[in-house]
Design a protein around this ligand. Sequence first.
Ligand SMILES: *[C@@H]1O[C@H](CO)[C@@H](O)[C@H](O)[C@H]1NC(C)=O
Ligand SMILES: *[C@@H]1O[C@H](CO)[C@@H](O)[C@H](O)[C@H]1NC(C)=O
Ligand SMILES: *[C@@H]1O[C@H](CO)[C@@H](O)[C@H](O)[C@H]1NC(C)=O
Ligand SMILES: *[C@@H]1O[C@H](CO)[C@@H](O)[C@H](O)[C@H]1NC(C)=O
Ligand SMILES: *[C@@H]1O[C@H](CO)[C@@H](O)[C@H](O)[C@H]1NC(C)=O
Length: 650
Amino acid sequence: MIVLSKHVALVAGVFSSLAFTVTAAPSTPQADPCAKFAGQTFVVPSDALACLKSFPFNETLRQNVLNNVARVFDFFTFEDFYLKSPPPFQESTTNIRADLAKINSTKFATDYDFNRALYDFTTQLNDGHTRFFPNCYNTFQNLLPAPVVTLEENGVQNVFVAPDSVEFVSLLGSEFTGFFDKLGFDWQRLAGAKVLEIEGMDAYAWADHIASTQSGNYLDHGVRVNSVFSSYRISGTDFSQRFGDIAGPAFPDQNFLTMTLIPVNSTKAETVKVPYLADYLGLPFTDQASFWEANCAANDETNGVDLKSAGLEAARATRKLARAVIVDKGPASGVGLPGPFVPTLPQTAGSTGVIKSYILPGNKTGVMFVGSFEGDFVQFQTDTQAAIAEFKSAGVTRLILDLTNNGGGFVCLGFFLHQFLAGAQIGYPGFQSTSRANPLAQKILQADIAQGLTDQITFYSPDNWAFLNDTEMPLNFDYNDPSVPFKINGVTDQNSIRFHDICPLSVQPPEEPPFDLKNVAIVGNANCASTCAMFSTLMFERHQTKVAIFGGKPGLQMEYKGMAGNQVLEWTDLDTEIKTAGVKDDPLAPPDLLVQVNMRHNWRTAWSFLDENVPIAYKSELPQLRFPYTSDTYNNPQNLWIFAESKLFD
Ligand SMILES: *[C@@H]1O[C@H](CO)[C@@H](O)[C@H](O)[C@H]1NC(C)=O
Ligand SMILES: *[C@@H]1O[C@H](CO)[C@@H](O)[C@H](O)[C@H]1NC(C)=O
Ligand SMILES: *[C@@H]1O[C@H](CO)[C@@H](O)[C@H](O)[C@H]1NC(C)=O
Ligand SMILES: *[C@@H]1O[C@H](CO)[C@@H](O)[C@H](O)[C@H]1NC(C)=O
Ligand SMILES: *[C@@H]1O[C@H](CO)[C@@H](O)[C@H](O)[C@H]1NC(C)=O
């Protein structure tokens, strides 16, 4: 992505000599590379990239963005862990400040190249809470009509083109599939093919490569390998299938993916150049200038606001709710799970939101597919209550929780589900938490206290948090003074004191667990992030809940959970804290952004229940059970649950 300065000079030289020799000829205006496909949903990747790369590098924008990003990193709880990431997470080791300095001094040919370097650097931190998203350049997803999966067949695991890829890819519509028909490329015949090599590498080695360079989000490499494959999920409140990072990368980098494969019913390996087609996810535009205006130039939502201004404060009736969630960009159009693979069992009550619940044949086992902890905060609680009430009245005694591709959501909903299953008798259902007490954080909190600001408009106000005895902190309690030193990798950082979350629940969890906790088990693909990771860690650390993880690379270790921060702040959230506290003029405050980008960060640490000196993010915990996917289970949740029932319970 980084173009050396001599190349820039060379291009400039070519232009000037051209200008010299062709002065006599009438000049044809340079065609607008964005106008070329304006109004289209699907775009040839190299055309998409030409538009993205048409905006010149701008030093003012680099300084604005990098200053912002560097000041946001001051709040990032795990910064010093990166200097030497503890095993088995060594792959993420890097010096964040040195990386920023390098991006600050590299010569970039285009604005895209600068943004891409920053995107790649934060992606490879493998922390889904701490990523840089340049809206301008996150406007496409490249899609391959041959998504891949890892399946076991006759006791051996291999990479395959997803056997359901005809049903799945067809859901993108004829505008997508028509492109391949017009090229005369028969993508349908690839469904189910065994993939031996990708881009000249062993197929699993390619999966490792994409997991290392593009997937991000999860500290554990093994978990990231599962992100490269296609898998079922709940997106919003609907069953869906994820393309996976090999078939659905975030940038239109490649026009083709070269695969060596053996088609179904053939014995002969052949090498096929499979075309990608880019899906445009941005706002409507007509040319390069309007593309920039719509997707790149800062707008009213790019930066935070001072919530003290009367109207905004009055509008807010309840406390702010902490979120811990990753961002998984997917086709805006949304691709469902093909009909034949959606569970056919009747859903129980409480299945219209992010949770879908079922009773498996035989009436012994209930299943809650918890797609996320997002959506309607109250409905999640009433849905949980309704599903479990129906399970109980049907005589169900065992529970499977499917956490496949659960990207997290409201922190308190993870704690709620834990407390609902374990019974209110367990007391505080979360983790000890801290945030960084850097000099600006100290000033924000002091300013909030001085002005008597509350949890209605700020996350820093003391009344957001409780002491370890679960008494809410008084409004004048400065939890950053004195700050608490924490040393890691030879660096001492200042943190807040340890505190607990406060959860404003609408549904009171039962006193006793609804099921014997020995009969509660978790299944999933370990792509379980943020609040989901906290929930599964709570179940594992406090109740030894059995976790069965599917997929991954055969023989490669995999954690049962993904990225486990305690709370994420988007840039606008942090800026709103700074502006509402009234400290935006402080030299340590990140500047307002001139472009639509978002540097989000992990703002709070959750400390392990088993070892309170280790963040759960860095506590290595393996699932008790690993199973390969098969052609029956990889896209078929109901088949997977019935298989899991036979393996998890006696
Ligand atoms: C660089 O970006 C700034 C901020 O948007 C703008 O004012 C300036 O004109 C740009 N510089 C060039 C050379 O385009
Ligand atoms: C980038 O370099 C400029 C010029 O050397 C410097 O003023 C600025 O502080 C640097 N920014 C960061 C984030 O390091
Ligand atoms: C493969 O062969 C089987 C058995 O002859 C047939 O039923 C199936 O349709 C074939 N599949 C493809 C993709 O040709
Ligand atoms: C399970 O419950 C349903 C509904 O109450 C009932 O119709 C069915 O016969 C039960 N099945 C078994 C195996 O008990
Ligand atoms: C809880 O702990 C805080 C801080 O140590 C203390 O001030 C407060 O009195 C305690 N509350 C109760 C009810 O014990």
